[in-house]
Design a protein around this ligand. Sequence first.
Ligand code: ZN
Length: 414
Amino acid sequence: MSKTDSVKLYKVRKLISELSNKEGRGTELVSLYIPPKKPIHEAIANLREEWGTAGNIKSDTTRNHVQDALTRTMQRLKLYRTAPDTGLVIFSGALPTNGPGSEVVNVYEIVPPKPVTQYLYQCDDHFHVEWLKDMLREEKVFGILSIDSSEAGLGILSGDRLEVVDIMTSGISGKTRKGGQSARRYERGREMELTYYFNRVAEHATRVFIDSNKVTGMIVGGPGPTKDEFLKGGYLHYELQKKIIAVLDLGYSGREGIRELVEKAADILKDVRLVEEKRLVQKFLFEVNKQGGLAVYGLPRVIDALQKASAETVLVSDDLDMVRIDVRCKKCGMLRTETVEASKKIQERQEMGSTPCTRCGAVDYEVAERDLVDVLEEMAFPVGSKVEVISSGTEEGSMFKSFGGVAAILRYRT
Ligand SMILES: [Zn+2]
């Protein structure tokens, strides 16, 4: 998973949980999934048709809501010439803001983390977020390599399926040397055989793990020191070398070694993102506990570091749940900004909206509200910082939360 993806995933997850609880008054909530290759004008034509069909709906409220939702969706689509690389998902519908009769049409637009495979249009009493949920299910493919001096096994682990792709024997003769052969000559011969064998294994690995499958991680193991010699010798394609998650000692090599490796690596494989998060949190903890260390925590300090471009990585707990509210005076343009917990946002908006402008005294505002993670990412992007969302449900995550849920690892102290 690339670095910024943790923010993307966080946003999609958050939206899913928000939309899963929404219910329409009638069958009036629109879900639309557009695959990347589908021409946008075709999708619009389809919606126009649906708009016409909706004219037959008996209930005035439902009919209006459906047609409004469709109109708003078409308006959004018109902003696209072609669908993004992974397609587009739109949820649109009239949702109550304050009890029945207060419905306002909302449009939610998502560029999904994985390609939409099928065009889908649904009008229902709820949003169909389940397909989006399916897309979030991580489907990682791991390359498994077990190796010793006699044989090597190459396997692919995808989801919960393990496939043994290839077993190769080294052809290297046993450990004892023949009578009359000098020790040096024996060693040299063995080394050459080993090099030849390592090159063959590496070639197969490239074919299996790069050409035929795009592995996201590599796990290497085997009995004895052969695996280390293989890795240190730089035989493995550098792309695969970079993806090594673990190197483990095993009792077996080859086919049995592959199984043993998957078993032993179970904890690691379960959540590779967790390994990354662990590393980030530990780096933060190390820096924060050091005198003059390269870390700060708390929102004001993090924002300051972003403004000074000294933040390298911003860490945010996934349950931080804070929003930034901007109110701009419509008369004089004066801007006021507050960051509050999401649970207090309605109260805060009301208070900010009813307080007279400190510059001109007017009480007429334009109000905008954004998730704090979005705000941080907007600040981070131009200065080359990364935002990493840290899951709160892990040991590291809860340790991190004790620092207030937002922190930064710095490039340098300012
Ligand atoms: Zn004003």
